[in-house]
Design a protein around this ligand. Structure first.
Ligand SMILES: *Cc1c(COP(=O)(O)O)cnc(C)c1O
Length: 488
C-alpha cells in the first residue's frame, strides 16, 4: 500500500495482502499457539507464543494503525507477518485495553511504564471527563486495585481553560477523554485540552487518550495532526466490539499510539506491549480474522449510519412533538455542531464533499424546492457524524419509556451499539443504572432518556417504526389510545 492511498482502500488492503505462498486473496488465519524456532531463542519472524503476538493479530494491528494514523505514517507492506505489528495493540475487549492503560500508569519505568507518582510504581493521577463510559469508570475507580492510582472526573466544558489547568497535577500522567460522550453525546473541548497540555514541558506533560469508539476512525482521527503541529491525542482507545465489528458478533478492543508520541516516548509502546503479554488479555486469532473482514466495510457502513442518523435526528427534532432534547452532534442546530466541523476526519470530509456537502457547512438550498427523499434535502440538515442519537420522551413515565422500547418493531431493545441493526436502550435503567442518583442527575440521565444506535436499515422504516412506538407508548395513536391506559 502506498501512503497516498485513501481510507477505504487501506481498510480493504492493509494487512490483507495476498498470501505470498498460495496467492490466497484472504489472509490466512493463524491459529497456532506456538512457533518453531531456528535456534535457541531465535524465532523466525519474531513470533514465539500467541499470547504475546500472533500473525493474524498483527495483520489486524497493521490495518488499525493505518486507519488511525495515516497519512502521517504508513504501514509498509513488510509490516505484515512481522511481530512488531505497527503501533496498535489489540486486546480481548475494549475493557482489557482500558485496564492495560490504567496499569501502565503504575508500571515501573524499567518496564516502560509511567512509574507512578514516586517513579517506583505507586500512585499517579488520571484526569478524566466526568461522563466517561461506565465500564471505564468502574475499572479506574473500583477495580484497578491497591496501586494508589487516583482519578479526578471533571466536566471539561464547564471547567474551561482555567479549571482544566488547575485540575492537572504534577503527578497527572494521563488525560482520559471520550468523544462524543455517552449517553449525552457531548463533545469535550479536545483542541483546548491539547493546547493546554502542549504548553507544559514535554518531559512532564500528561498524555492524552481519546476513546473514540462512538465515531470509529472513519469520522474521527485525533492522532492525525490537522494544524501541522501536534496531533490532538497521543493514544486512541477503541472498543472494536461496536462500529469496527459492525455486526454485533465480536468483542475486541484496541489502543493505537500516535507516531509523534512514539518517537518522543518509545517506552510507551514497550510498556503497553509488556502489559498486553503479562496480563494475558489476548484476543483470539479467530476474532481478529473476523474483525479484519468487518473493517473492510467500515466506510460503507459508517456513511450509511451517518446519513440515517442525521435524518432520524432531524425527524425527531422537527416532526414529532412527543420527544425533546434530541442530541446528534452533526445536526446543524446541535450545540456541538461547530466542533464537529472542526473535528470531522479528512476522510469523511472528502467523501461528504463528493456527495455535495460544503465545508464550512453551508445550507444554501432553498427548502421549498427540495424533495425530502433526496440527498439534497439531507444536506440541509447538518453533517453525518456517527450513528448515535439521544432524546427524551416528553413527560414519559418509566413504564411508558419501557413500552416505547418494547413496541419498536425494528430497533431492538439491547445494550451496546454500532451494529448494522438499530438498537435502543434506556441508560437510566440499563447501561448507567449502577451510577449513584446524584451522578445521574448531574449528567442529566433521566428515566425517560433514550439512546438510539441507528443501524443501516432503510430510513423510512426506522422513522415509521419510531412514530408508531412513540404514539402507542404515549397513548396518542389509534392503536395507543386504550393501550396506554391499560384498558385494552
Ligand atoms: C463498549 C465500550 C467500551 C468497552 O468495550 P468492550 O469491548 O465492551 O470491553 C469502552 N468505551 C466505550 C465508549 C464503549 O462504548
Amino acid at each position: 500500500m502506498s501512503r497516498h492511498d485513501h481510507f477505504s482502500t487501506r481498510s480493504i488492503h492493509v494487512g490483507s495482502e495476498p498470501d505470498p505462498s498460495t496467492g490466497a486473496v484472504v489472509p490466512s488465519l493463524s491459529v497456532a499457539t506456538t512457533f518453531r524456532q531456528e535456534g535457541v531463542n531465535k524465532p523466525l519472524r519474531g513470533f514465539d507464543y500467541s499470547r504475546s503476538s500472533n500473525p493474524t493479530r498483527s495483520d489486524l494491528e497493521s490495518v488499525l494503525t493505518s486507519l488511525e494514523t495515516c497519512p502521517s505514517a504508513t504501514v509498509a507492506n513488510d509490516a505484515r507477518h512481522d511481530a512488531s505489528g505497527g503501533d496498535s495493540l489489540v486486546f480481548a475487549s475494549g475493557s482489557a485495553a482500558t485496564a492495560a492503560v490504567a496499569h501502565w500508569i503504575t508500571l515501573s519505568k524499567e518496564e516502560g511504564g509511567a512509574g507512578g507518582k514516586d517513579g517506583k510504581g505507586h500512585g499517579g493521577h488520571i484526569l478524566a471527563v466526568n461522563d466517561v463510559y461506565g465500564g471505564t469508570a468502574r475499572y479506574l475507580s473500583r477495580a484497578s486495585g491497591p496501586t494508589g492510582l487516583e482519578v479526578t472526573y471533571l466536566n471539561m466544558e464547564k471547567a474551561g481553560e482555567k479549571g482544566i489547568r488547575e485540575a492537572i497535577r504534577p503527578d497527572t500522567k494521563l488525560i482520559w477523554l471520550e468523544l462524543p460522550t455517552n449517553p449525552l453525546l457531548l463533545v469535550p473541548p479536545v483542541r483546548l485540552i491539547s493546547d493546554i497540555v502542549h504548553s507544559l514541558p514535554s518531559e512532564t506533560r500528561p498524555l492524552i487518550l481519546v476513546d473514540s469508539t462512538f465515531l470509529s476512525p472513519y469520522y474521527f482521527t485525533p492522532l492525525i495532526p490537522t494544524n501541522g503541529e501536534h496531533p490532538l491525542a497521543d493514544i486512541t482507545m477503541s472498543s472494536l466490539s461496536k462500529y469496527s465489528s459492525g455486526h454485533s458478533d465480536i468483542i475486541l478492543g484496541s489502543l493505537t499510539i500516535s507516531p509523534t508520541t512514539n518517537k518522543l516516548r518509545p517506552e510507551l509502546l514497550k510498556g503497553l506491549r509488556f502489559l498486553q503479554n503479562a496480563m494475558g488479555a489476548s484476543p483470539s486469532p479467530r476474532d481478529c480474522h473476523l474483525m479484519i473482514r468487518s473493517i473492510k466495510t467500515l466506510s460503507v457502513r459508517m456513511i450509511k449510519h451517518g446519513l440515517n442518523a442525521l435524518r432520524v435526528a432531524s425527524w425527531l427534532s422537527t416532526e414529532t412533538d412527543l420527544v425533546e432534547g434530541v442530541r446528534y452532534p452533526g445536526l446543524k442546530t446541535d450545540d456541538a455542531f461547530a466542533y464537529v466541523q472542526d473535528l470531522i476526519s479528512r476522510n469523511a470530509k472528502k467523501e461528504l464533499s463528493f456527495l455535495g456537502w460544503k465545508f464550512p457547512f453551508k445550507d444554501d438550498t432553498p427548502l421549498e424546492n427540495v424533495d425530502e427523499r433526496r440527498l439534497e434535502y439531507t444536506r440541509t440538515l447538518g453533517i453525518p457524524f456517527g450513528g448515535m442519537i439521544t432524546f427524551a420522551i416528553k413527560d414519559a413515565s418509566a413504564e411508558q419509556t419501557e413500552r416505547f422500547c418494547t413496541e419498536l418493531r425494528i430497533a431492538i431493545l439491547a445494550e451496546s451499539l454500532g451494529g448494522v441493526e438499530s438498537l435502543v436502550e434506556v441508560p437510566y435503567g440499563m447501561t448507567h443504572a449502577h451510577l449513584p442518583q446524584e451522578t445521574l442527575k448531574e449528567l442529566r440521565i433521566t428515566p425517560n432518556l433514550i439512546r438510539l444506535s441507528v443501524g443501516i436499515e432503510d430510513y423510512e422504516d426506522l422513522v415509521e417504526d419510531l412514530e408508531q412506538a412513540l404514539e402507542t407508548a404515549m397513548g396518542k395513536g389509534e392503536k395507543g389510545n386504550g393501550a396506554a391506559n391499560g384498558k385494552t
